[in-house]
Design a protein around this ligand. Structure first.
Ligand SMILES: [Cu+2]
Length: 186
């Protein structure tokens, strides 16, 4: 028998063969499976990341409206006892420059201290330096605050103290200004 090789296997316009339909179905099924797998993995990742971003708190100190970190360190008292003192150097809190954080805890079994920096009404990304223990309840560390599109930006530094029972938190608020902008002009 002579086979004409230039002839198409299936002339155009003919209905798709059963095998082609099956291949298409299989491909769709595989994509659905891949999509499902991706969603499942994203779910697992979110589940793992959630406690890191939102640690479970066992105690939280109230926000002290009189605290002015530009004037000096502030002290917050936890409802169940214990105190957390927080200070930033330099006092004028410049952006895009290394800042030194000092935390002093009293009456708390502090194993680890982190400072979670959050924009009060603006998402400024994840910025949570871990401080190193300097002895006698003192913890120190550094952080850099990014420049904001606004002239002035309010931040909340949540001091997270990891204890044997869970995390205790103390919030401290402060304002940063863009380089060249004075706070007095607000
Ligand atoms: Cu901002």
């Amino acid at each position: 028998m002579i086979v004409n090789c230039s002839m198409p296997v299936r002339p155009l316009g003919w209905p798709a063969l059963r095998s082609e339909v099956t291949v298409k179905r299989t491909t769709t099924l595989l994509w659905l499976l891949a999509g499902g797998l991706f969603l499942a993995l994203a779910g697992v990742a979110a589940y793992k990341v959630w406690p890191v971003l939102h640690p479970e708190l066992v105690a939280e100190a109230p926000l002290d409206p009189d605290c002015d970190l530009r004037a000096g360190p502030c002290t917050d008292t936890l409802p169940g006892g214990g105190r957390i003192r927080f200070g930033i150097e330099p006092r004028d809190i410049p952006v895009i420059q290394p800042l030194r954080f000092q935390v002093q805890v009293d009456g708390i079994d502090a194993r680890e201290v982190e400072v979670d920096l959050q924009g009060v009404d603006m998402n400024m990304g994840y910025n949570r330096p871990r401080l190193s223990a300097a002895g006698n309840g003192r913890f120190e560390g550094e952080a850099v605050i990014p420049v904001c599109v606004r002239d002035a930006m309010e931040w909340e530094a949540r001091v997270l103290v990891h204890t044997g029972d869970g995390v205790v938190a103390a919030p401290f608020r402060f304002i940063t200004v863009k380089p060249g902008v004075s706070l007095g002009k607000q």
